[in-house]
Design a protein around this ligand. Structure first.
Ligand code: NAP
Ligand code: ZN
Length: 356
């Protein structure tokens, strides 16, 4: 068999986010028998792709191929990988490797997503020991450590499953871990790609009431159609924080702006409620929090990072069983530049999925 040729949309500098990625070939990480090569059929477009293309979080090691919501066919499977065989339909999310050592406090306790020793992102990471760089899914092929390559259950469409691998799991994990279920009222702030999954999965987990919270009233009908029981438009609904004060047990926030009305979001929590931030602003800054908002209601503020391979598999099973249907817009892979520009302009309803 001829060697696989890896080609994809290369971001070469900060301007690539303006629709200036260039198609070209790239050298994947050095092959190891722990790896799987995937022929990509679909890749979702995540808000994180934009942050990394423009070096918003930290300097990106250009050239960089973004995309970490990858579905495709395993075309080469390392001999140490036992749960995948050639020809299987598989997926890769935002993480490509961790140390997986028995003495790692994170990997040994099923928290690979928090591994501090050898965490490798699906794109934009440099592997240790001259193994090369990680390249993502706006491409023909991807190479990832088998531990992070997951079989996709039959009942799920590939284009629907792709954005679950990052967008879906990033909200599913904190919902699940913070008790989303019968008897709970849950708010999802920022109904974009992640946020729309927040509404879908909070419903699938059978929360009593799910409230979508975004800026504009124009999303109201769509968010209610998604399954939300209520919608709050923070730019337009008068006195929204006062009127809905102390109504939610749990909030998951996907907004990544330093200017978000954080203190008002927190006022929506009931006594002892929990607020989990997953949106990741450029530079990492959040607005100030008033200490008395925390103290008076005894609330907790936390964060969450994607999810583990085990959690992703569990989410995919629930999605298949409960027929969770994301709202996606498919675009041909050749239109990746236009898609990134539209995503940046907030036009996605609610997730673009690139298709080869
Ligand atoms: P997205 O589709 O653009 O959704 C973000 C939503 O936030 C928008 O739809 C927007 O909805 C809302 N928003 C509210 N205030 C905003 C403001 N001032 N500026 C911009 N948007 C505002 O993006 P996404 O793919 O869901 O990603 C959201 C964030 O999560 C990104 O920062 C991404 O990097 C991060 N992320 C984190 C993790 C993790 O592990 N923690 C994983 C994946 C992604 P309205 O216009 O309706 O207000
Ligand atoms: Zn993502």
């Amino acid at each position: 068999m001829a060697a696989t040729k890896f080609e994809g949309w290369l971001g070469k500098d900060e301007k690539s986010v303006e629709g200036k990625m260039e198609w070209g070939s790239f050298e994947p990480k050095k092959w190891s028998e722990d790896d799987v090569d995937i022929e990509i059929s679909h890749c979702g477009v995540c808000g994180s792709d934009l942050h990394v293309l423009k070096s918003g979080w930290s300097p990106t090691p250009y050239p960089c191929v973004v995309g970490h919501e990858i579905i495709g066919k395993a075309v080469k499977v390392g001999s140490n990988v036992k749960h995948v065989k050639e020809g299987d339909r598989v997926g890769v999310g935002a993480q490509a490797r961790s140390c997986l050592q028995k003495d790692c406090p994170d990997c040994s306790t099923g928290a690979e997503n928090h591994c501090r020793r050898a965490n490798v992102n699906t794109y934009g990471s440099v592997y240790p020991n001259d193994e090369g760089k990680s390249y993502g899914g706006y491409a023909t092929h991807n190479r990832t450590n088998g531990h992070f390559v997951l079989p996709i259950p039959e009942g799920l469409d590939s284009a629907d499953a792709a954005p679950m691998l990052c967008g879906g799991i990033t909200v599913f994990s904190p919902l699940k871990q913070n008790g989303c279920g019968p008897g709970k009222t849950v708010g999802i702030v920022g109904v974009g790609g992640l946020g729309h999954f927040g509404v879908l999965f909070a419903k699938a987990l059978e929360a009593d009431k799910v409230v979508g919270i975004s800026r504009k009233a124009e999303k109201r009908d769509e968010v209610l159609q998604l399954g939300a029981d209520q919608y709050i438009a923070t730019d337009e609904d008068e006195d929204w924080a006062k009127k809905n004060a102390q109504t939610l047990d749990l909030i998951v926030c996907t907004v990544s702006s330093e200017k978000m009305p954080l203190d008002q979001y927190l006022q929506l929590l009931k006594t002892k409620g929990t607020f989990i931030q997953v949106g990741a602003p450029d530079g990492g800054k959040l607005p100030n929090i008033n200490a008395f908002t925390l103290i008076a209601s005894g609330i907790k503020v936390g964060g969450s990072a994607i999810g583990t391979p085990k959690e992703i598999s569990e989410m995919l099973e629930i999605a298949a069983e409960k027929k969770v249907k994301p709202w996606i817009q498919k675009r041909p892979m050749k239109d990746a530049n236009k898609t990134v520009v539209d995503m940046e302009a907030g036009k996605a309803r609610y997730r673009y999925v690139l298709e080869n």
